[in-house]
Design a protein around this ligand. Sequence first.
Ligand code: NAD
Length: 503
Amino acid sequence: MVTTLAKGMNYIGGRWVVVGTDSFEDRNPANTGELIGMFSCSGSREADAAVAAAKDAFQTWRQESRIRRAEHLDAFVQLVKKDQEELARLISRECGKCIAEARADVVEGIHTAQYWFGRARTPSGEVLASEIPEKDSYVHRKPKGVVVAITPWNFPFAIPLWLICPSLVEGNTVVFKPAEETPAVGERIVQYFEKAGLPPGVLNLVQGYGEEVGWPLVTHPDVDVVLFTGSAQVGSMIKEACAKDYRKFCVCEMGGKNAMMIFDDADFELALNAAIISAFRTTGQRCVSAERLIVQEGIFERFTEAFEKRARRIRIGDPLDESTFMGPMVSQAGVEKFEHYNKLAAEEGAKIRLSGGKLTDGEYRKGYFVSPFIYVMQHNPKARVLREEVFGPHVALIPFKDLDDATRIYNDCEYGFALSVCSRDYRVIRAVRERCEFGVGYVNLPTIGAEVHLPFGGLKKSGTGMPSAAALVDAVSHRVSWTVNHGTEIKMAQGLTAEVEGK
Ligand code: NAD
């Protein structure tokens, strides 16, 4: 079993290195008295060293066979499988996710590595015909260079792997900066890769705060690709910074203000279950959590009552307890944001059905526990609570008249990430797919539950339109065209002559 180091260090050029004296605390959000570890506060010096190591390693790594590169992922999976349950418990303790969800996070990470291991043996380019019979044309993929992966806390195992695995298989080297809320899981990932025999410098780890070490990585002149997953606020700064450098490419996968659209003819129980899962799994702290339930008028009152009743029964508590449905928020800042938006909802005219907030009794006092906040509101384009991501169990129930109304309400939002439509009418379902702006869509399902072989990403303020997970290959490789003439003379396309005047 791989164990967590006493004081979290950086991993640069194949060596674990201590950084100065500054460190930050990593505490269990369900029990803030439990210190999980201390980790190094890195800055630009560490960012420079990590990028230099990755740049050095790139020249050798890019020459390795794609299949051999991917074999490290298989070795990684074998190691993770030995520690699967213990790793899930660490995830749960570090970010407050319920143990069942933490296990799923590990499984998703394993699936990601397995997917890229297998995909290495599938075609990576294309062979195309030419107008000229003696010519063959190819689309050939080449690695881009040094990739920086900056990740959020809420999927501390799976999301880094979504970014790291395709980057490595395609021949890039990586500098990984995990979220400051989940440094221990970030460290584990790198320890497993080290044990799996990844050559020095191919994957580097820097711990610390976003502004202190994340930003120097984003703006580093030797970084070719920035893969960021996190809030829209940070993502838009990253997009702006990368746009200033002609050779830097970034993929920013950000937040959402996701919605379920529940039509009168929906299977009521299925839609209700899906709504509870979409709103409250991970305590509403998923990029695809639904904070808007758009419900047709015919069932609106009945649905609202049933949803409220179910929400009141949700078990909130210790995330390591198998029967808990909702663990804590990740931090005090998360609780404050949730409370701020709950207050704002009241000010913006919400009819509050469940006035959730911070829980302070008994065991709850030890952590950042909250209960659900549910309200009814007519759609109002000016209401910030219907447009901005809260990232907590804060749910609006919004009535709609018909299909036009539902899709108008859904689209009237800067974000465009996940949606679910619950209906039995295939025409309605298809119309929702065609008219709504989303990146991840579901029919008669919750808004959560993505699988790794699908693209995962949002539109508008939610993403760069360059999805993550399986689709990330296009961000971490250049597609170059390569045309070969097998004839003995030059023949040009488009009817152009190859005659050179005065020959
Ligand atoms: P965050 O934006 O606060 O932090 C994400 C990462 O960015 C962290 O590693 C952080 O240290 C780093 N960072 C912060 N400031 C930075 C800066 N100035 N320069 C460089 N790096 C910086 O997000 P979070 O609180 O960790 O995660 C929650 C957010 O992530 C939510 O908005 C959620 O919707 C989103 N999210 C999106 C996806 C997706 O796939 N689209 C998945 C999970 C979470």
